[in-house]
Design a protein around this ligand. Structure first.
Ligand SMILES: [Zn+2]
Length: 113
């Protein structure tokens, strides 16, 4: 819930800075490794945005797949949901997270005046 609150604060601040009367669309990038489920972000967004510039805005969530780089052979792969991180090339367990922890506001669309 607090992450949705942070997103809203960012959006409302930018909208206010831009002299917007309301926000029509918000594009969010959410990595698979963040643990955030789009449905729950939407739920809290609808709740928390009431009475703010962002009330009624369309929330567009772009998911980014998680990527792991094998520390043994350097192969980059995308593990399936809930599966152990096992390199498909050399079968070493674990590795370095390359992508999937992103969580940010990509863009917002506003109506001015
Ligand atoms: Zn490997």
């Amino acid at each position: 819930m607090s992450i949705t609150q942070s997103i809203l604060e960012i959006v409302n601040r930018h909208a206010a800075d831009a002299g917007a009367s309301r926000v029509t669309q918000i594009r969010l990038v959410v990595g698979d490794f963040t643990g955030f489920v789009p449905d729950s972000i939407q739920f809290y967004f609808d709740l928390l945005s009431q009475g703010t510039l962002a009330e009624g805005a369309e929330l567009v969530i772009e998911r980014r797949p998680g990527q792991i780089r094998c520390q043994a052979c350097g192969a980059v792969y995308e593990p399936s949901d809930g599966q152990l991180w096992i390199c498909p090339v050399c079968h070493t367990l674990g590795g370095e997270v390359m992508a999937g922890k992103e969580l940010y506001v990509d863009s917002i669309e506003v109506v001015k005046g």
